[in-house]
Design a protein around this ligand. Sequence first.
Ligand SMILES: [Zn+2]
Length: 417
Amino acid sequence: MQLKTILNRVQKFNSFVYGAVRWVEGASVPTLEVELHPRVNSRPVCSGCARKRPGYDHLPVRRFECIPLWGHKVFFVYAPRRVQCGGCGVRVERMPWVDGKHQLTETYSWFLAGWAKRLSWKEVAEAFHTTWDHVFCSVERAVTWGRAHQDLSGVQAIGVDEIAWQRGHRYLTLVYQIDRHCKRLLWVGEKRTVKTLLRFFRWFGKDRSQALGFVCSDMWKPYVKVLAKKAGHALHILDRFHIMTHLSKAIDEVRAQETKELKAKGYEPLLTKTRWLLLKRPENLTDKQGTKLSELLQYNLKSIRSYLLKEEFQLFWAYTSPYWAGRFLDTWCTKTLRSKIAPMKQVARMLRRHQPLLLNWFWAKKQFSSGIVEGFNTKAKLTTRKAYGFRTYQAAEIALYHTLGALPVPETTHEFF
Ligand SMILES: [Zn+2]
């Protein structure tokens, strides 16, 4: 079987035919060159308007790198024609195997980008005897294509998070979709300011923002502010502050009710002036408040039991594993639902209702922290000091989209993996 036969099987072009195949003498890596020729009587296609146009002249021979075969580099060799186009003027013809001025064929570019999801960029470059720049460029093209073709419909829940990078001096804002059916990185922005997140919403669009049902973020003020402004209709969950506010309100309610009951039964006003005792974190209490609190803890009051439940709930935020956070939440909710304290039970029911979403947050956080660490390790391994110039942020952004964006790839590339 000839190499031409194989090529025609894997990658056939209608208006071009494969010509001679030869070894390149003296190449550092075994290299094959495959000639390409226009099919006889075929007319070139203008790269500007994609119409068939009369030929104008030939440009010098160009080499286009393709997917390697058995460790051999393979190049297409072709002298592009120029066309005389009524609309576009004199233009280079369109060549179906390459996009614009790139040296790598489309399929090779997708091939490298595909491997770059599994291996570090440096490893990909080494494995296929190519350069880090070519891998970077391929990933960048894949990300650009994927972002232009991704389906953004049906996004209901988003989470906003920030990560420190470059040893904590700078931040990135990450917005990800955290719906049950789809979890992915949607957007990366430099810094973590109001402006950063506003840029996300501008990119995301008004209609899609209106359709959001849930937004998650931590308490970072600029985020909270922008989310309230741009997605105020959506339920803001797992803003820790927000959920603790629900608990505090419940305690307030319990205390007010219980004070009334105690008064009606003629007990001394045990609970008067205890509001802040029950709402503050224990470490923020004054000595006097602390003494009073330990006194109160001796009574089996609903207010006190609510207070203890709230304090216990603080542990929830310390979890990193979605699984254990889920177990904790389950136990806490069961216990609270058995407490016979109506306002607290209400909060527990609300948390239970949103449990999957709450846990998505932990899932997303975990995914990101590991993704980021990997990204940074990879970057540290494969970029030289020189590459740490203007390109750093761009490379980080592209790496993040590539590994976490769940971006689509063209149908035809599937067959190469
Ligand atoms: Zn044209």
